[in-house]
Design a protein around this ligand. Structure first.
Ligand code: SF4
Length: 618
């Protein structure tokens, strides 16, 4: 279908109605993308075709409701629709999705001050043979020698006031966004990196524009220079409609540990009493609380409380504040989570967390157990302390839910430990799913219930919240199992770590059910070994694939996702239902490994004055 130059909407009348009908939750994709996502990551070969798709994306979204945040399913559906209408093939799906996401956010990014924008440039644009720049923990330290386009983009952006990074690591970018230093991103990267970054951008719902590289060669790549310069310089007055976003709530959860920890949870001992053995446990505990973590569980509590007030925080640009008891309970939720991580790492004998040695490797098992116990006490102290600041009945209901979740988590972990120590390694998929429902769901349930109970009686939510979190928790745990076969560079974990540490996973249960006897015996034998080599693990991976283990696990994830969504479909008010959809979209994401992430400790190299005490986001 050729573009005419009369009113663009005439070109896509029915599309405009479809695009602006953003209230319905997009159902499954009409066309299944090709098996490997590489199939839809072709850059349109000519500048003319790239410009045609960019213009069509602007027409396609004319008049679309931008008050609701974008989801991955929505974006993919629009991109497929747009290509069908342009008579183009699905190989351009990735490119079309970038153009549509850009058009969705363009006006809102243009309204963000240059000093609150981050320009992310890929180091593969550098002159590979002659680049004099070195790498440091901030990425590539461009010397602006002019041998490649990075110098021009960096100079132009910094002159306007941008913060600039030549790196592709999402953890550091996420940290910068959640710290409130940046409200908008302009990124240049190949479609592979953009697809991986997309989940994070959709999670934090920050205005972001991207310019895809013309190839994914990772060396001496090139880009439409005019497009990058055009995007960098975009500036305009704020648009009438701002997209509602959970970013202020994600930041509020982050701030609980960045600035408010000592106020909300004053120490029993003075921080300066470092050498006082009585203060040691507290010191280690508070340092551990500040380390790492997405702060997703306290976010859930704050967002649930906010949702029952009509979600005002999602419409705010400036930092949001909450009543002290709400913040304390949210803090307590994360303190319990951090306590369970300390004990989990000991029970699983994990060596690294957040890319650093686990607490028991740093201080010894006994001290780590004790710090975990201290944190459990601190969690209950924080929650109980609210009895004077809020409705006593609500406070005891929340304490009851926290204690109940604590016991269920221990039951689930206990069942896993009992299986590990047992000689009989019988394990059915149902056994594994029961453990998952106890190990993961209660923490989500406690976080969500606490936020709702802080906002009101909440009785009508107890049953649907429990059911929603059971499906969310089980699907999340199965996704963890699947991700285990991707490995984890940050925490120096090999792919297939669950087999190495003999964990009773759903994948193992499906394998024991589906593998022929000799292979089943071999897998059971491997569970007893301590030195299983990579080759044997790759053999196990091939057996799991041949027995359809990964495919069945992914089907179960989709089944539990659909059941969680079905519960959400019945929930009122809208603001709470949307929060549950957001949790499904952002908790149940299959995270792919990010090879060259910068170290999580460092903020970016200050080119303009930036406070360096940024909280860690992992
Ligand atoms: S402009 Fe910067 S990135 Fe490019 S070659 Fe020179 S120093 Fe390297």
């Amino acid at each position: 279908m050729e573009m005419t130059d009369n009113s663009p909407r005439d070109n896509f009348p029915e599309v405009a109605d479809r695009a602006s009908d953003a209230t319905t939750r997009p159902t499954a994709l009409p066309i299944k993308p090709p098996s490997s996502s590489a199939g839809w990551k072709i850059i349109p070969e000519t500048l003319e075709l790239r410009e045609r798709i960019k213009r069509a994306a602007v027409d396609y979204l004319a008049g679309v409701d931008r008050s609701k945040a974008l989801t991955r399913a929505q974006l993919q559906q629009w991109a497929q629709d747009l290509l069908i209408r342009l008579g183009l093939g699905e190989q351009y799906l990735g490119f079309a999705a970038v153009c549509l996401s850009n058009e969705f956010w363009r006006e809102q990014l243009m309204a963000i001050d240059f000093t609150k924008r981050l320009l992310l440039l890929p180091h593969c644009l550098k002159h590979a043979e002659g680049c004099p720049a070195d790498y440091d923990e901030f990425g590539l330290d461009c010397r602006k020698c002019g041998a490649c386009t990075i110098a021009d983009f960096k100079t132009r952006a910094e002159d306007l006031g941008y913060k600039v990074l030549v790196a592709e690591g999402t953890p550091i970018v996420l940290k910068i966004i959640l710290s409130g230093q940046v409200d908008g991103i302009v990124g240049v990267a190949c479609l592979n990196v953009l697809e991986k970054a997309l989940d994070k951008v959709l999670q934090v719902q920050v205005p972001a524009l991207a310019v895809p590289l013309l190839s994914s060669n990772c060396k001496n790549t090139s880009v439409d220079v005019h497009w990058v310069q055009e995007v960098i310089a975009l500036r305009a007055v704020p648009p009438a409609v701002q997209t509602r976003s959970y970013l202020p709530l994600l930041r509020a959860a982050n701030d609980l540990f960045a600035g408010e920890l000592e106020t909300l949870a004053p120490r029993l001992r003075s921080p300066s009493a470092n050498h006082d053995p009585l203060a040691l446990t507290e010191t280690i505990a508070y340092d551990w609380l500040r380390q790492g973590g997405k702060r997703f569980r306290p976010f859930i509590t704050l967002a649930a409380y906010d949702a029952l007030q009509g979600a005002p925080a999602t419409c705010r640009k400036e930092p949001v504040s909450f009543p002290v008891p709400v913040k304390r309970i949210a803090l307590a939720i994360e303190v319990f989570h951090k306590a369970s991580l300390v004990h989990d790492d000991i029970e699983d004998n994990d060596a690294y967390r957040y890319g650093q040695e686990t607490l028991h490797r740093q201080y010894g098992i006994a001290t780590a157990i004790n710090v975990g116990d201290y944190l459990i006490g601190l969690g209950y102290r924080l929650a109980a302390r609210c009895r004077n600041e809020m409705d006593g009945a609500a406070c005891s209901d929340i304490l009851h839910k926290l204690a109940e979740a604590h016991m269920k988590l221990s039951e689930g972990q206990g069942a896993e430990l009992a299986w590990r120590d047992a000689a009989d390694k019988t394990l059915t998929p149902l056994d594994a799913l029961k453990i998952y429902a106890l190990k993961t769901a209660p923490a989500f349930e406690a976080a969500l219930y606490a936020g709702l109970r802080l906002a009101g009686p909440g009785h009508q939510y107890e049953k649907p919240v429990a059911e929603f979190c059971r499906h969310l928790g089980v699907a999340f745990q199965i996704l963890n199992d699947l991700q285990d076969w991707d490995g984890d560079d940050d925490n120096k974990l090999l792919a297939g770590q669950d087999i190495l540490s003999g964990r009773p996973t759903l994948l193992l249960a499906l394998a024991l059910e589906g593998l022929p006897a000799p292979q089943r015996q071999m897998v059971l034998h491997l569970l007893e070994q301590t030195d299983v080599g990579v080759e044997r693990l790759e053999t196990v991976r091939r057996w799991f694939e041949s027995a359809g283990v990964f495919a069945r696990a992914e089907q179960l994830v989709e089944k539990h996702r659909a059941r969680a969504e079905a519960v959400a479909d019945e929930i009122q008010p809208d603001s709470l239902r949307e929060l549950l959809y957001y949790l499904v979209d952002n908790v149940l994401v299959r995270r792919r490994r990010q090879p060259e992430d910068a170290s999580p400790e460092a903020p970016f190299r200050p080119t303009v004055s930036i406070p360096l005490s940024l909280a860690v986001v992992h």
